[in-house]
Write a protein that binds this ligand. Structure first.
Ligand SMILES: N[C@@H](CCC(=O)N[C@@H](CS)C(=O)NCC(=O)O)C(=O)O
Length: 204
């Protein structure tokens, strides 16, 4: 059996979508977590390509870059999309959620040190960026979706959407009933609900 280890800080951030996909696919993995103060030692002891985490080890072979890992485990879990066009659409959505929205969120919530600027950026994110983004996404979902974002089959884009909403919840002011239903549908998937119940509780 393939031995999978996911190495990351003891937080959700860039690893949680990977964990959600593995949990949904019932793919066994070792969830290797470490605390921030242990990072210098771990970095020193491991020659991670690019010197960052998350790292996925598959039978000892290391894969870096969260979006590459996400796509890899999505293929393993049968959530990558049924053909190459659907795969491109799933990648398009997941890139928008993870690379555009969440990267903006990380910069504001975790890295902005100037309080005045942080407040201004938070207002812009809450009042302009998210409403516009979710308006567009809801229109796409009504036009192209079904039970899930890309039709009646779940793809990893739905899990990426769920992950984005969980992280940005405190900045959501707008009402998107179809997207709200989708969020609840994903959160009610048995393996997702089970993961949420059993996962280690962390601050981020
Ligand atoms: N583009 C990379 C970014 C990885 C990244 O920024 N990792 C951070 C944790 S979220 C890290 O390893 N920080 C410690 C360091 O850079 O020394 C990815 O998506 O995997």
């Amino acid at each position: 059996m393939t031995h999978i280890r996911l190495i990351y800080f003891n937080v959700e951030l860039r690893a949680e979508l990977i964990r959600l996909i593995l949990a949904h696919g019932e793919i066994e993995f070792e969830d290797v977590r470490f605390e921030k103060e242990d990072w210098p030692r771990i970095k020193e002891q491991n020659d991670f390509l690019f010197g960052q985490v998350p790292i996925l080890e598959v039978d000892g072979v290391q894969i870096a870059q969260s979006s590459a890992i996400v796509r890899y485990v999505a293929r393993m879990a049968g959530l990558a999309g049924k053909d190459s066009l659907e795969q491109a659409k799933a990648d398009m959505l997941a890139d928008a959620f993870c690379n555009d929205i969440l990267e903006k969120f990380y910069r504001i919530a975790f890295f902005e040190r100037n309080e005045e600027k942080k407040t201004r950026l938070e207002c812009e994110f809450r009042d302009c960026i998210m409403p516009d983004f979710l308006d567009r996404l809801e229109r796409f979902y009504i036009r192209d979706g079904g039970d899930f974002l890309l039709g009646d089959q779940l793809t990893y884009a739905d899990l990426a959407f769920y992950r984005m909403i969980n992280l940005c919840k405190r900045y959501l002011r707008c009402s998107h009933p179809k997207l709200r239903d989708l969020y609840h549908k994903v959160s009610s998937l048995p393996n997702i609900a089970k993961w949420e119940q059993s996962k280690p509780k962390t601050r981020f």
